[in-house]
Design a protein around this ligand. Structure first.
Ligand code: ARG
Length: 457
């Protein structure tokens, strides 16, 4: 394809380091779509005659069919997807194939192909995120009243509901989807027609190709068009944050499914056994989601490192954008699917969670709040008084609600029976009615709101 000024072919090792076909063959559908838009534009502008353009389009469709059928012989000698497709086109239609590459370069071609691939991938990921949000919101609605301990520092803090906890992840995923949508919006400018780096002297119509490929407009600067990989970096950044969210949920599932917590049981479909310990049910899927987040982040850091310090415009280093990005985004897709399956299948243990929710003096804040409300005590003083009551319970080795009113009155004589009521987990949770708080009515309203918004997923 480019051998005109070369006397001999590349060394074997040159071919090995240079060829990208093993991974960029995944761009075949996008490459052919880009070529079809390009040749239609070349015909419309009179740069290529109608007959040749028709032959090229027909030939490209045949190549597409051959690749889809799985019988296409990809060749490393032809380096990449662009030259594999064009070479086969030449075999099929002969000389007119040589006109396809008029007014374009592989530099704008690969940027276009990879943008189209990334756009499709972002769309699929956004659909998957919505699916996981829906699975979480459905569970949240079903467990709006289910008390569990809320933690800070992984120490029992205040009771919350399991539904509220799950909805926290729905919020995180909404921000992830927002980042993907934002990246997609910014990505959607077409580099095709920037040619190698400087534009072209042919009277091309870049607005026509941009429109034909579903882009909002052509890119405005030809150098930037072929040098830019922000769209992949943004996709991987958003993917990394999403993977970190999934990893945090995965870690919670790992904790919740231990004998020590026992909050949740994973289905057989998402657990594995041990080859030596018959009693084991390991949460491998959750552990792998947690582990694979490293791969996604690795892809981001890898590409940032490739791009750092590259002068304008295109450099071959940029061929290194594909393997990591494809792996990273596919990994996120797998993690989203596995997490959706786990969330749908898991069984919470309401009794276990409730028992644990009242441990660790988790309603101490409720007592302090009562002192503020009922006795008009300043919060700092109420905090101190409650601390002394917790100390009393701790010295006796009992829960707060196991203290008698008389015992508590030794610390604060104005305490009444009403104060004892706020110590129950149910009342604690029910009292958290502030906007965004864990009260079951709030949780139900939030879950229903999400399910309404996600209805057509
Ligand atoms: N396979 C190349 C890539 O992925 C295509 C662009 C090659 N351009 C070049 N000037 N050699 O970046």
């Amino acid at each position: 394809m480019w051998g005109g000024r070369f006397a001999s072919g590349p060394a074997d090792i040159m071919e090995e380091i240079n060829a990208s076909i093993d991974f960029d063959k995944a761009l075949a559908p996008q490459d052919i779509a880009g070529s079809l838009a390009h040749v239609a534009m070349l015909a419309k502008t009179g740069i290529v005659g109608a007959e040749d353009a028709d032959a090229i389009a027909r030939g490209l469709r045949q190549v597409k069919g051959e690749i889809e059928a799985g019988g296409f012989a990809f060749s490393r000698g032809l380096e990449d997807i662009h030259m594999n497709v064009e070479s086969r086109l030449a075999e099929i239609i002969g000389a007119p194939a040589g006109r396809l590459h008029t007014a374009r370069s592989r530099n704008d071609q690969v940027a276009t192909d990879f943008k189209l691939w990334t756009r499709d991938t972002l769309d699929a990921l956004m659909t998957q995120i919505a699916g996981l949000q829906k699975a979480l919101a459905e569970r949240a609605l079903a467990s709006a009243d289910m008390a569990m301990p809320g933690f800070t520092h992984l120490q029992s803090a205040q009771p919350v509901t399991f539904g509220h906890h799950l909805l926290a992840y729905v919020e995180m995923l909404a921000r992830d989807a927002g980042r993907f949508a934002d990246a997609r919006r910014r990505l959607n400018e077409c580099p095709l027609g920037a040619a190698a780096l400087a534009g072209t002297s042919f009277p091309i119509d870049r607005f026509a190709t941009a429109e034909a490929l579903g882009f909002d407009r052509p890119t405005a600067n030809s150098l930037d068009s072929v040098a830019d990989r922000d769209f992949v970096l943004e996709a991987l950044s958003a993917a990394s944050i999403c993977a970190v969210h999934l990893s945090r949920l995965a870690e919670e599932i790992v904790l919740w499914t231990t004998a020590q917590f026992g909050f949740v049981r994973l289905s057989d479909a998402f657990s594995t056994g041990s080859s030596i310990m018959p009693q084991k049910r390991n949460p491998d899927a959750a552990e792998l989601v947690r582990g694979k987040s490293g791969r996604v982040t690795g892809a981001l850091v890898g590409l940032l490192t490739v791009m750092k310090g590259l002068p304008l415009a295109y450099s071959k280093d940029m061929q290194e954008d594909k393997e990591g990005a494809m792996d990273g985004l596919r990994t996120l897709s797998l993690c989203l699917a596995a997490m959706t399956g786990m969330v749908r299948d898991m069984t919470p243990d309401a009794a276990r969670m409730k028992a644990s929710a009242s441990a660790g003096y988790s309603t101490a804040t409720d007592l302090a709040d009562w002192l503020v409300r009922a006795l008009k005590m300043p919060f700092r003083e109420a905090h101190h008084v409650t601390g002394r009551i917790v100390g009393l319970a701790s010295a006796k080795g009992v829960a707060l609600e196991a203290l008698t009113l008389a015992e508590m009155r030794n610390v604060e004589p104005r305490l009444t029976g009403e104060a004892l009521e706020v110590l129950s987990v149910e009342n604690s949770v029910r009292s958290r009615t502030s906007y965004g708080g864990t009260a079951p009515d709030n949780v139900r309203a939030q879950a229903e709101g999400w399910l309404g918004r996600l209805a057509n997923v």
